[in-house]
Design a protein around this ligand. Structure first.
Ligand code: ADP
Length: 508
């Protein structure tokens, strides 16, 4: 087993990994950028080293700096977490060259499955159904347009290197195709340094169901069942649960088998997730493989009783998977909400700042995977994920009741959070019946009730004060030609926030 692991990440996932290390008796080494000096992961790790300024390109994305810390601190393995370098094959390659073990798949498997078009090609060969579309990057937009026309609109243009919904455009007609193509490819170029696009038929109101797989280096590949992630805002997950309210044991077996076939075809090792879209007739279509630990892995942990991070570490150390797929059946129900420092009443703009006070939930069936603490300042340089709140219960109903109760206990002042949004979702009759799809939340948010109208006694005083301050600020602003924001360090103007939003890397 390893003696010391470098955690090449920050926030809640770095904390999650170092906790697994501690339980295994492995030393943990954290890294931090200038704005993360006082972060929770730095406080909790056995050792911590600075790796440069706030922009991730100069710190968390610098393989040379990370490996230098690993060498200086005497690490024997590297865990990438999710986001940042987690799906960049250059990291496992550099680790091998430096004599370090990468806790994740080999670079070749990452490449074979991580690129969306390579994944589609492999899926076709492994007899896994895929969403209709192109399996190679588009070289001639006119030909792609003709294909879109013959498949029937709407279609989705997607970035080959995609992630976080970037470089994705929904196209409804021939007339829109050309401009959508140019926009999506320039967005993909900016986000990934790779402008290539491909095309998929746009499925109307599908459900997002994904399979957690694990593979050891001795040829055993297993499925640990599904997670449903259909509650999304603008194609980004906000609530995840296991098992899916709609997946039958038979469908679970079919999707699990398909995911395992694909992982085998790609020579996969360690934890991975095969994402599918499910149509109204329960036909499933391969979407992509995430070659890393997912943000939502805790819901699988809660229903399987396994610790996926410890399992990742054991497999990287060469251990065999100690079970067969047949032995894993989900027990009870688990659900996760992603708590963000963002403002639901202001188009979900990030709301970084100092956490003045916080009340965190606990009690039966509640788990909080935390990345922050009271008194810490959430920086505005990274994805503003604060914590993940996970509930477990014997049934979906009990799980929802526990999660709702926990969200009532949760409060934070100094920053805005999206907790009110979850309180609303968990009271929606359609959600309670499990009648959800990937556009469900976007449609809900366009209905006329404001999230702010959901009662939240603990935040009432703070939001009243904020409303009065905002009104005063507006009044001062209209009386004066000068810009109070720049003069007083007050709330920055909306366009500035919008610009920043685009620079943020959204948690995958
Ligand atoms: P990214 O990697 O950028 O997050 P994904 O391919 O994983 O993109 O898709 C993210 C989400 O976008 C899906 O969960 C789904 O809601 C939506 N989506 C992607 N492809 C399609 C499609 N062909 N039809 C309908 N919705 C889609």
């Amino acid at each position: 087993m390893f003696k010391k692991i470098l955690i090449a990440n920050r926030g809640e996932i770095a904390v999650r990994i170092l906790r697994a290390c501690r339980e295994l008796g492995i030393q943990s080494v954290a890294v931090f950028s200038e704005v993360d000096r006082k972060s929770l992961h730095v406080r909790l790790a056995d050792e911590a080293y600075p790796i440069g300024p706030a922009p991730s390109r100069e710190s968390y994305l610098r393989i040379d700096k990370l490996l230098d810390v690993a060498r200086r601190s005497g690490c024997d393995a590297v865990h990438p977490g999710y986001g940042f370098l987690a799906e960049n094959a250059a990291l496992p390659r550099a680790c091998v060259d430096a004599g370090l073990t990468f806790i994740g798949p080999p670079a070749e498997a990452m490449e074979a499955l991580g690129s969306k078009t390579a994944g589609r090609q492999l899926a076709r060969r492994a007899d896994v159904p895929i969403v209709p579309g192109t399996n190679d990057p588009i070289e001639k937009p006119l030909e792609a347009q003709a294909l879109a026309h013959s498949m029937g609109y709407p279609v989705l243009l997607k970035a080959v290197a995609g992630g976080g919904g970037k470089g994705m455009r929904l196209v409804y007609s021939d007339a829109e195709f050309d401009s959508a193509f140019r926009e999506a490819s320039s967005e993909a170029m900016n986000a990934f340094g790779d402008a290539r696009l491909y095309l998929e038929k746009y499925l109307e109101r599908p459900r997002h169901v994904e399979i957690q797989i694990f593979a050891d280096a001795h040829g055993r590949v297993v499925s640990l069942g599904e997670r449903e992630c259909s509650v999304q805002r603008r194609h980004q997950k906000v609530i995840e649960e296991a098992p899916s309210p709609i997946v039958t044991p038979d469908l679970r077996k079919k999707m699990g088998d398909a995911a395992v076939r694909l992982a085998r075809a790609g020579g996969y090792v360690n934890a991975g997730t095969v994402e599918f879209l499910l149509d109204a007739h329960l036909n499933f279509y391969f979407l992509e493989v995430n070659t890393r630990l997912q943000v939502e892995h805790p819901v699988t942990e809660q229903v399987t009783g396994l610790d996926l991070v410890k399992l990742q570490i054991a497999i990287a150390a060469g251990h065999r998977l100690p079970f067969a797929w047949e032995t894993i059946t989900p027990r009870g129900h688990a659900m996760e909400v992603r708590l963000y420092a963002e403002d639901p009443d202001n188009n979900f703009f990030p709301s970084p700042g100092k956490i003045l006070s916080r009340n965190v939930p606990s009690g039966p069936g509640i788990r909080l995977d935390d990345g922050v603490y009271e008194g810490w300042t959430v920086p505005n340089d990274y994805d503003p994920l604060l914590s993940k709140l996970i509930a477990w219960g014997n049934s979906r109903e009990e799980t929802i009741a526990r999660l709702r109760r926990a969200l009532e206990e949760y409060s934070a002042t100094g920053i805005k959070t999206n907790a009110g949004l979850f309180r609303r979702i968990l009271s929606e009759p359609e959600f309670l019946r499990g009648e959800i799809h990937t556009k469900w939340l976007d449609e809900l948010l366009h209905r006329p009730i404001s999230v702010a109208s959901v009662p939240d006694e603990k935040e009432d005083a703070a939001s009243d004060a904020a409303a009065i301050a905002a009104a005063l600020w507006q009044a001062t602003r209209s009386e004066s030609q000068s810009n109070p924001a720049s003069a007083t360090g007050e709330t920055p103007s909306r366009w500035k926030l919008e610009g920043r939003r685009q620079q943020l890397d959204r948690t995958p």
